[in-house]
Design a protein around this ligand. Structure first.
Ligand code: AMP
Length: 114
């Protein structure tokens, strides 16, 4: 379930370093290298799926695990509120094609997003 050409598979496998803040049997959470908020963490499944929809189709419980891990991260960071984002497809800004849930918080977050 690992793609040898995938950046986030390499972080999950420990081949390249990540600033890991939380880890379970199913997911790994690490800080985004280009943070868009004081807290910006990516939660990724250990298995390789190209986006959230592909993960939901293959492993519905895996999606719930990502959200649960995100809540754990938010609590650990002391966030009163936070935003969860799955960019899905290039047109929506997805650049890494391994499912990842952005956890953003620590500043006021405007709506609608850009
Ligand atoms: P997206 O644009 O939704 O696909 O999000 C990909 C995210 O991965 C971006 O916010 C990048 O800043 C982040 N990113 C890229 N490379 C790394 C890395 N090596 N470690 C942590 N985050 C990364």
């Amino acid at each position: 379930m690992s793609d040898p050409d995938c950046l986030f598979c390499k972080i999950v496998d420990g081949e390249i370093p990540g600033d890991v803040v939380h880890s379970t049997d199913h997911s790994v959470a690490f800080r985004d290298v280009n943070p868009q908020a004081p807290t910006h963490v990516l939660v990724v499944p250990r298995g390789h799926h190209r986006d959230a929809a592909a993960l939901a189709a293959a492993d519905p419980a895996g999606v719930a695990d990502l959200v649960d891990a995100a809540a754990h991260v938010a609590a650990a960071e002391g966030l009163e509120g936070y935003r969860l984002v799955f960019n899905t497809g290039e047109a929506a800004g997805q650049t890494v094609f391994h499912t990842h849930l952005h956890v953003l918080g620590g500043r006021p977050l405007s709506w609608p997003p850009g």
